[in-house]
Design a protein around this ligand. Structure first.
Ligand SMILES: [Zn+2]
Length: 420
C-alpha cells in the first residue's frame, strides 16, 4: 500500500530562529527552503502527487513553473531517494463547478510526459453527489453527464498515450455516485485496457460508503486491476482496502489538520492532541479587530503574547508547571476567542507533552515549538510531523495484516484477486 502526498508547495525555512523569530537575510526560498521529505532522515511517504491545477492556477509562482519545466519533477522536488515515486493528476476538485474540465487531454499528457512523472491520471470531472439507491436509470442527468465525460476522456487519454509512446504509467479515473455506478465506470476502463484505476470523488464519503463502493467493485474487478483512492485517508481500514485491490491512496489531511482543525492538530501513533494557540498579535484578524474597536488594549495583548512564549519555553526546560503555563495561555485566549474553552484540551497536551516522546527529526530539533499554533514555520512543521507519524501508523496497520486475524478477514471478504 503506497501513500502519495499531494504537493501544495509547503516548505519550511531552515534559517528561521524560533527564539527571535527572525530569518537569515541571505535566504533564497527556492534554494534554501525544505520540502517535507528533506526534513526527515526516514521518508514520510512513498510518492508525491502533483496536480496540474496546483501548478497552473494554484500556489506556483511563474518562476517555480519555469523551474519545474526546466528541471522535471524529480529534480524540482530534489527527490534523491529513488524509491519515492511521482504521480500527476488534474486536480478535478478545483474545477468541479465548471461545466467541463478546463484541461485538454493532449495538454495533460504533455504535462506528465515533459515533467517526467512515473504515473499520470486521466482527465476527469467530479460528480458532486452520492446516493446509494440511484442507478443509471434514475440518477440526475448531470451526474451521468460527468461520468460519461470522464469515461470518454479516459478513452482519449489512453489512445493518445499509446500513440505518443509515453513512458509514464497511465491511470484511468472512475467517477460514480453509488457502488453500481462506480462498477459501471470500472468495467469501461478495464475494457479500454486500464490496469490501474483511480477512484475519484470519494473525499466527502463516509467510511461505510467507501466500503460499500469497494464491495460493489469486487464483482467487476479483473484480477490484474489495481485501485488508487483519490483523497481518502482511513488509515485504520488499509487492511480491508488492500483486500479489495487498493494499492495506493493520497491525502492532505495529516498536513492540513495541523493548522486547520479545531482540536486534532498533533498526531501520535494512537491519538491526536490540540495544539497550543499563541497567535501573533499583528497577524490575528479577530484580535486586530478588537484592538481597532477599542475592546482590547494592544499593549496588554502584546504583553500576554510574550508572557505565553516565555513561560512555554520555561515549561519545556522543566522550569514551569502545567498550571503556570495554562494561566497566561487561557487569559490570552479570552482576548482573541472567548467562545471556546480550551482549558481541558490544553491541560492534556501540556500534561502528556507528546513532543518529548516523538522520535521524528522535527520534534527532536524544535521541541515544544512543534505544538505551538503560531505562524507558518511552526504550523507546517507540525504538519510534517503529522505526515511522519501517519506513515508510521500506516505501516503499523499494514504489518498487522500478516496476523491470523487479518488473514481470516481476507478469507471472509473472498476478494477475487486475493490479498495484495
Ligand atoms: Zn514529531
Amino acid at each position: 500500500m503506497k501513500f502519495f502526498f499531494p504537493d501544495s508547495q509547503d516548505q519550511v525555512d531552515p534559517s528561521f530562529d524560533f527564539e527571535t523569530e527572525e530569518r537569515s537575510s541571505l535566504r533564497l526560498r527556492h534554494r534554501d527552503d525544505r520540502y517535507v521529505h528533506e526534513e526527515f532522515t526516514k521518508r514520510p511517504f512513498d510518492g508525491i502527487l502533483v496536480s496540474m491545477a496546483m501548478v497552473e492556477h494554484g500556489r506556483y509562482t511563474l518562476a517555480q513553473k519555469h523551474r519545474l519545466h526546466r528541471m522535471g519533477v524529480r529534480r524540482f522536488f530534489r527527490l534523491d531517494d529513488p524509491e519515492i515515486e511521482t504521480m500527476g493528476d488534474c486536480g478535478a476538485f478545483s474545477y468541479a463547478k465548471q461545466e467541463y474540465p478546463p484541461y485538454s487531454v493532449p495538454d495533460v499528457l504533455s504535462f506528465y510526459e515533459e515533467f517526467g512523472f512515473d504515473y499520470g491520471i486521466s482527465v476527469d470531472h467530479v460528480i458532486l453527489g452520492y446516493d446509494l439507491k440511484l442507478d443509471r436509470s434514475n440518477a440526475p442527468a448531470e451526474w451521468k453527464r460527468r461520468q460519461q465525460i470522464t469515461i470518454d476522456l479516459a478513452a482519449e487519454f489512453l489512445k493518445e498515450h499509446k500513440r505518443r509512446g509515453c513512458k509514464f504509467h497511465p491511470l484511468g479515473v472512475a467517477q460514480g455516485w453509488s457502488p453500481e455506478s462506480y462498477a459501471y465506470s470500472v468495467e469501461w476502463l478495464q475494457k479500454m485496457g486500464y490496469t490501474y484505476v483511480a477512484l475519484g470523488g470519494m473525499v466527502p464519503l463516509k467510511t461505510h460508503e467507501i466500503m460499500a463502493c469497494l464491495e460493489g467493485l469486487r464483482e467487476v474487478r479483473a484480477d490484474h486491476t489495481q485501485f488508487h483512492l483519490l483523497g481518502v485517508t482511513r488509515c485504520e481500514r488499509v487492511r480491508e482496502f488492500g483486500r479489495y485491490g487498493v494499492v495506493s491512496f493520497d491525502s492532505t489531511s495529516p498536513l492540513l489538520q495541523a493548522f486547520k482543525d479545531l482540536k486534532d492538530n498533533y498526531y501520535t501513533l494512537d491519538r491526536t492532541y490540540t495544539a497550543l494557540r499563541v497567535p501573533q498579535v499583528q497577524a490575528n484578524p479577530s484580535l486586530l479587530k478588537r484592538i481597532l474597536s477599542g475592546q482590547v488594549n494592544q499593549a496588554e495583548a502584546r504583553h500576554l503574547e510574550q508572557q505565553c512564549l516565555k513561560v512555554l519555553g520555561l515549561f519545556d526546560k522543566g522550569q514551569a508547571s502545567v498550571e503556570e503555563v495554562l494561566e497566561p495561555l487561557l487569559r490570552y485566549a479570552r482576548l482573541y476567542d472567548d467562545r471556546r474553552d480550551q482549558a481541558e484540551a490544553y491541560r492534556e497536551t501540556l500534561t502528556d507533552a507528546p513532543w518529548k516522546n516523538c522520535e521524528c527529526d522535527i520534534c527532536k530539533r524544535i521541541g515544544i515549538h512543534v505544538i505551538l499554533f503560531r505562524g507558518a514555520e511552526r504550523n507546517r512543521r507540525r504538519g510534517f510531523h503529522n505526515l511522519y507519524v501517519f506513515y508510521d501508523r500506516l505501516h503499523r496497520n499494514l504489518k498487522a495484516e500478516g496476523s491470523g486475524e487479518a488473514m481470516a478477514v481476507a478469507g471472509a471478504a473472498g476478494s477475487k484477486g486475493g490479498p495484495i
